[in-house]
Design a protein around this ligand. Structure first.
Ligand code: MN
Length: 364
């Protein structure tokens, strides 16, 4: 193990020269970082080589940047500059998300006394060209003991969220998601809607880190908002869905982020196999799972009379897409359609919470 013996220094000297305490050096070594060049097998005394000083400095800088030890260990194995660039990007992204969340918090605080949406609506009406008329319904279902779904139903944005993580986390995560959307999205653009989703993700992740009771909580979020140029911005994370009903046909606007849906997209599973698959509710993306999140976003043109359906998996796991389409076609009354969909999910089993929003595009 001993190479150039003259090169070695005891841990005390190395600690002084590197500026890292012996305690820190031992914890690094336990994590596979800066492993002593030699250990005296009789006394257990640790020796470092002069060449390790540069490594120590590198680790110190990465720790100052907030990188976890395991990530640093992997970087030191692969020594990739690209990895450093990626981390720098991630830090920028996280900073902007925190900034966004603080901005939202500021608005929440400043407008505590009055309803936040009233202001926003007044400002919006000047330039908005579309407006949503919407009806929503959520139901606990026939099996579950609590309803972890949440719903948002405004004239500029509609959303559904399906919380997970057990009591009380799931409910908190889904209601946080729609609350953040309500305050952070004013009806401007897809960028604004995506930023609102990232702010919600940040808020949920932070909240989850606060208490062990909330650990592991998360939620899906699927939302459609109007934009200042009169179109529709659609965002999605997880396996809730948005559909567009136009001229009697129903088109899914979102991709599900579940293990089975990914397999279907790769051609490794058929739709039928996926529908009955035991892992169909295992998600590949959810809000609350970490500081950064990949958000699907798209802009669609809107025609007056278009109808949107947003729903949680409690609907489409019980009711086939063709059944959904024909129930929606059967009535122009939004509330009656929302009721009919939920009632059908319940009569087909109601094994999960079920939530639907039906929104019709109208002129402002
Ligand atoms: Mn569900």
């Amino acid at each position: 193990m001993l190479r150039g013996v003259g090169d070695l220094m005891p841990i005390g000297e190395f600690s002084e020269r590197s500026g890292l305490s012996p305690k820190r050096l031992r914890s690094y070594a336990a994590g596979g970082l800066l492993v002593p060049a030699a250990i005296d097998s009789a006394s257990g005394y640790r020796y470092y080589s002069a060449g390790q000083l540069r490594e120590a400095q590198l680790i110190h800088e990465l720790r100052s940047a907030g990188m976890p030890l395991a990530e640093i260990a992997s970087l030191l194995r692969h020594r990739s500059l690209e990895q450093l660039d990626q981390w720098a990007q991630q830090v920028d992204l996280e900073a902007s998300q925190r900034h966004e969340a603080l901005h939202v918090a500021r608005r929440l605080l400043a407008t505590e006394a009055e309803p936040i949406t009233a202001n926003v609506d007044r400002n919006l009406r000047r330039d908005a060209m579309t407006k949503l008329h919407a009806a929503a319904r959520t139901d606990i279902g026939r099996v579950r003991e609590n309803n972890e779904d949440a719903v948002l139903c405004l004239d500029r944005v509609v959303a559904v969220a399906d919380g997970m993580g057990g009591l009380p986390g799931g409910e908190i995560a889904s209601s946080l998601a729609v609350a953040l959307l309500e305050v952070a999205f004013t009806g401007r653009s897809l960028d604004e809607l995506e930023a609102a989703v990232r702010a919600a993700n940040w808020a949920i992740s932070e909240r989850a880190a606060e208490g062990s009771q909330l650990e592991g909580m998360g939620t899906t979020l699927c939302a459609v908002g109007t934009t200042a140029d009169g179109r529709l911005a659609v965002v999605n994370v997880g396996d809730s869905r948005a559909y567009l009903m136009r001229d009697g046909s129903l088109t899914q606007l979102t991709d599900d982020h579940s293990v089975t849906a990914e397999l279907v997209r790769r051609g490794e599973l058929t739709e039928q196999e996926a529908a009955g698959h035991p892992h169909r509710s295992v998600l590949t993306r959810a809000l609350g799972s970490g500081p950064s999140i990949e958000v699907d976003g798209a802009v669609h043109s809107a025609l007056v009379g278009d109808r949107l359906l947003l729903c949680t998996d409690g609907l489409f796991n019980e009711v086939s897409v063709e059944e959904i389409r024909s129930l929606m076609e059967a009535t122009q009354d939004l509330r009656a359609a929302a009721d009919a969909l939920v009632e059908r999910a319940l009569s087909n089993g109601g094994k999960d919470n079920v939530t639907v929003v039906i929104a019709e595009v109208g002129a402002a």
